[in-house]
Design a protein around this ligand. Structure first.
Ligand SMILES: Nc1ncnc2c1ncn2[C@@H]1O[C@H](COP(=O)(O)OP(=O)(O)OP(=O)(O)O)[C@@H](O)[C@H]1O
Ligand SMILES: [Mg+2]
Length: 855
């Protein structure tokens, strides 16, 4: 069949063409028009260009992922070894080994793929969407489904989905901090002439992936998607992978630790066998089988499945996990930083009054506030919505000329309007700043007077009084400008005439106080980082019954050196009037102090902090930039949801560490004994095939661990991945397990006069029994009978023991070289196992009392 003709899809334009070519020729080159593409064409382009995703690597098709598992060096050695044994005529053993390999690979593969798919589905459910014109209609599609030639509509708060050329724009301001580091919004305008196109993000008629709309609206033509965007270039060159978290590093270190032992042990076995002139092939196979038995090859799968399962559970409790490893960070979190609105308050904001500087009701102040809110084209804040909802106001006489959009550095927004013959700039924003910028004031009747020291003091007192009563306040001011003045600028926001205050009420969330105390009890300190002022924030703290342990304002932070800030952040729990960069600074300082820091926020201003946090938490209704930066999305904006998620995160990590501790103790001990046994015995302590079978049964029994119950005290404090603890655990419990193995050896040889087959059978049974049953001790720090395991876990492990014994009793067992042991052996088995578990329990008590102290 000939390959499909590539002619159907267009070529992506070169970067410069995005801003230099006239729009018409760009549209023609991309074979599109302002009405958008049709769905067939979109499918074709998706196939040709790939998904619009700058960061993530394309996943291989399933069959390739499956085949890749055979590239695992251990599997390879094993396959070769079994092929060699087939070549020497031992076909039966070749077949059995091959089957075992297949079963474990398929099992591992299916589990992992299922987990990944489930998590992907969750992630999709909260994916950021873009408004796109397709088949002549505006539809919402996930960002990664956009293709070159798509037409997107942009509004304030949107993330720019791809490098695009503006077709239309109105008062469009873009935050390009991610590309240029510039925190202030940049104005962009549709047009054929690109100003400032000398740096990648400079072009004034193009917008770039990774930046976001601060205010205004636009229609844009998607030109370059995915890795070919300016951001994609950065992403591929700078950060191939997300930075490793403590958890992934810990898991990797554990793998390396085990690997070292494996190599040593395999070398040891091979050398011993060479020295004693044992059959080469069998010894080699045995060594390989040992290596397989020791390798925690299921670890990645167990980790993924445990985390995925936890993600599904959290989804039921209204928390969507976007980044799986964040679950661990959540469990380890020691400080949670959060914004105020919606977390400590109900976010049900109501305008209660509009007053002049002296606190008297002022219809004039309300009118100004209303006009400002109606005309500003940024993302309407809840404050704007409260003003517009307060009462109707006739805007017929007003016409908008221009605006200076809101940003979190200035904390104000200005609109330039014509009212009758007069042209005025109306400013609304942080009240104390507007007072500072004003030189005169209007009283309630609109009469202008100079703002002298006495008036200033009186106004400040009004403001403080309102704040102390818990009202949120915006200042309103204005000034007349000349009719020739056609664009508004930041510089115009001076010499203002102060008009009054808009007074809002946002009732505190009464439940927040209890949740914060509960979090503190659980080892998570809560700190509030807000753009609002100190008095209002203090009032909220008082209302919810949480003491303020220290306050820092944005202005104070500005004057602190990095070191001085480090000294303060632990004590302070209220940061007010902080801008987005300061939020981020506080977060980074906490991280430098070794805290695991979470950040919860929903605004454009929270995005930098969400990026910097170990766990970024946002809510479903948040600005796109915030949702895109977050690791977790709450479907319900409430701290108590976070508290539950923290507990779930801790339980998850505890379950992963159960698996690791199992591997580090009994599994390790068994393999260790096996190596030792080769020294004393004239034959192999277990046939290679039996070692593999042993490993398979053990691994299958382990899959119940992610589903296990966790003791309440194990999730009381933050749970950190502690590799030193694991190392110590291994050195203590490995030998305990080996001790019993050697007792078994002795019993088999001396008591039962075992020959080769009986010895191997007996030890196979003992090894499975001790290796699996010890999970009941290791899964808890309590005495084993004080903590009830999940039924599934008990069933899987008891089932494994039954299977091992059953195999030795039935005729199929002969395939694996088993013989039926004498009845007395089972008496010994019961006694030895009980003694072993008893010793583990005693050792456990001592271990956790004396050796597990965290430094
Ligand atoms: N729509 C608006 N118009 C004018 N000024 C505004 C507007 N929204 C916010 N501001 C000013 O900017 C300040 C910071 O904004 P905001 O309170 O939303 O910050 P924040 O850090 O998100 O606060 P929070 O912690 O309450 O979510 C406000 O206190 C106010 O002074
Ligand atoms: Mg906010």
């Amino acid at each position: 069949m000939p390959p499909p003709a590539p002619a159907a899809t267009a070529a992506e334009p070169e970067p410069e063409q995005i801003w230099q070519d006239p729009t018409d020729s760009l549209l023609a080159r991309l074979r599109t028009h302002p009405g958008g593409l049709d769905s067939n064409e979109v499918q074709a382009r998706l196939a040709a260009f790939g998904p619009n995703d700058a960061a993530t690597v394309k996943r291989n098709p399933l069959w390739l992922q499956f085949l890749a598992r055979f590239g695992n060096p251990l599997i390879l050695i094993l396959l070769i070894a079994s092929a060699v044994s087939a070549a020497t005529g031992d076909v039966a053993s070749f077949v059995v080994i091959f089957c075992i390999i297949m079963v474990s690979i398929i099992f591992d593969f299916v589990q992992e793929v299922r987990a990944q798919n489930a998590v992907e589905a969750l992630r999709q459910s909260v994916a950021v969407q873009a408004s796109t014109r397709r088949d002549g209609q505006v539809v919402s599609v996930p960002l990664h489904d956009l293709v070159p030639g798509d037409i997107v509509e942009l509004i304030a708060g949107d993330l720019i989905p791809a490098d695009s050329r503006l077709l239309e724009s109105r008062d469009l301001y873009i935050n390009q901090a991610l590309l240029t580091g510039e925190p202030y919004p940049v104005e962009k305008q549709a047009g054929n002439h690109a100003a400032g196109a000398d740096n990648p993000a400079g072009a004034s008629n193009a917008v770039f992936a990774g930046t976001s709309v601060i205010s205004g609206t636009a229609t844009a033509l998607v030109c370059r998607t995915g890795k070919r965007t300016a951001l994609g270039q950065l992403a591929t060159s700078l950060a191939e992978k997300p930075p490793a978290t403590a958890f992934t590093v810990g898991i990797r270190r554990f793998g390396i630790l085990i690997m070292r032992f494996t190599v040593l042990m395999v070398l040891f076995v091979v050398i011993v066998n060479i020295v004693f002139h044992r059959p080469m092939l069998q010894s080699l196979m045995f060594a390989v089988a040992l290596a397989v038995g020791l390798t925690p090859e299921l670890l990645p799968m167990i980790v993924t499945v445990t985390l995925a399962r936890s993600a599904m559970q959290m989804a039921r409790r209204k928390v969507i996990v976007k980044r799986l490893a964040a679950i661990h960070d959540l469990g380890a979190m020691t400080v949670l930083c959060t914004d105020k609105t919606g977390t400590l308050t109900e976010a049900a904001i109501r305008l209660v009054r509009a007053v002049d500087g002296h606190g008297a009701d002022s219809p004039h102040a309300f009118a100004c506030a209303y006009v400002n809110s109606r005309f500003e084209s940024g993302m309407k804040s809840p404050l704007d919505e409260a003003i517009l909802a307060a009462r109707p106001f006739d805007m017929a006489d007003f016409r908008k000329v221009d605006e200076v959009p809101f940003d979190f550095e200035r904390r104000r927004v200005s609109v330039l309007v014509d009212h009758g013959a007069a042209r005025r700039l109306i400013v609304k924003g942080a009240a104390e700043d507007l007072l500072r910028l004003s030189g005169a004031y209007q009283d309630a009747d609109g009469v202008e007077k100079p703002l002298d020291a006495a008036a200033r003091a009186a106004f400040q007192a009004t403001l403080d009084g309102l704040g102390a009563q818990g009202y949120r306040v915006l200042g309103i001011a204005s000034r007349t400008v000349d009719a020739s003045h056609r664009t508004a600028m930041i510089a115009d926001e001076s010499n203002l005439v102060f008009t009054g205050f808009a007074v809002f009420l946002d009732p505190p969330k009464t439940s927040a106080g209890a949740t914060i105390r509960a979090l503190a009890q659980a080892g998570v300190a809560v700190k509030v980082l807000t753009g609002d002022n100190e008095l209002v924030s203090r009032h909220v703290f008082a209302e919810i019954g949480v003491p303020v342990t220290g306050v820092l304002t944005g202005a104070a932070i500005e004057h602190l050196t990095a070191e001085a800030l480090l000294g303060q952040v632990r004590r302070v729990n209220l940061f007010c009037r902080v801008n987005p960069q300061q939020k981020q600074r506080v977060l980074l300082a906490l991280k430098r102090l070794g805290e695991v820091v979470g950040f919860m926020g929903d605004g454009i201003n929270d995005a930098p902090a969400l990026h910097a946090a170990d766990v970024g938490i946002s809510v479903d209704g948040a600005a796109d930039v915030a949702r895109a930066a977050a690791d977790l999305i709450l479907l319900e904006h409430d701290l108590s949801v976070v508290r539950e998620a923290v507990a779930a995160g801790r339980a998850t990590v505890q379950n992963v560490s159960k698996y690791v501790l199992m591997g580090a103790s009994s599994n390790f001990g068994n393999m260790f004994s096996m190596a030792g046994a080769t020294l004393i015995l004239p034959f192999l302590p277990m046939l290679p095939i039996q070692v593999l079978l042993n490993n398979l049964i053990y691994n299958v029994s382990e899959i119940a661990i992610p589903f296990d119950r966790v003791d309440p005290e194990a999730v009381e404090r933050p749970v950190k991945w502690d590799i030193r603890l694991i190392e110590r655990f291994m050195l203590v419990f490995g030998p305990v397990s080996s001790l019993f193995d050697f007792i078994t050896f002795g019993a088999l040889l001396l008591l039962f006069n075992a020959g080769e087959s009986l010895f191997q059978t007996g030890w196979f049974i003992e090894s499975i029994t001790t290796q699996t049953l010890v999970v009941f001790c290791i899964r808890t720090r309590r005495l084993f009978f004080q903590s009830r395991p999940r039924l599934f876990l008990a069933a899987m492990n008891l089932g494994a023991v039954a299977l091992a014994i059953g195999l030795a009793m039935v005729s199929i067992g002969k395939w694996f070289g088993f013989v039926t042991p004498p009845p007395l052996f089972f008496v010994f088995l019961v006694v030895a196992t009980l003694a072993y578990l008893g010793l583990v329990e005693v050792t456990k008590v001592f271990f956790y009392r004396f050796m597990a102290r965290q430094q």
